[in-house]
Design a binder for this molecule. Structure first.
Ligand SMILES: [Zn+2]
Length: 77
């Protein structure tokens, strides 16, 4: 399930509240863009639910950062 525009804004606001400005760890550019699509990682434990991660892409070098929705306080349900 993709993020709504409101959720994308909430993630961007969260990042801005923690880093001024949010910068790419690879190239140092500050044009990080919250992606609409959620990345889901399956875990080795078959009983554990897959883990969803919010993707933030550096538009300069293409590096992708992943953030935990629960740590940000975002419910994806
Ligand atoms: Zn970069």
């Amino acid at each position: 399930m993709p993020l709504t525009p409101d959720q994308q804004r909430a993630v961007a606001n969260h990042l801005r509240s923690r880093a001024q400005p949010p910068q790419c760890p690879i190239c140092g550019a500050s044009n990080m863009v919250v992606q609409e699509e959620i990345t889901v990682f399956s875990t080795d434990d078959e009983d554990a639910p897959p883990e969803s991660r919010i993707s933030v892409v550096c538009k300069y070098c293409g590096h992708v950062l992943h953030f935990s929705p629960s740590a940000i306080g975002l419910s994806l349900e």
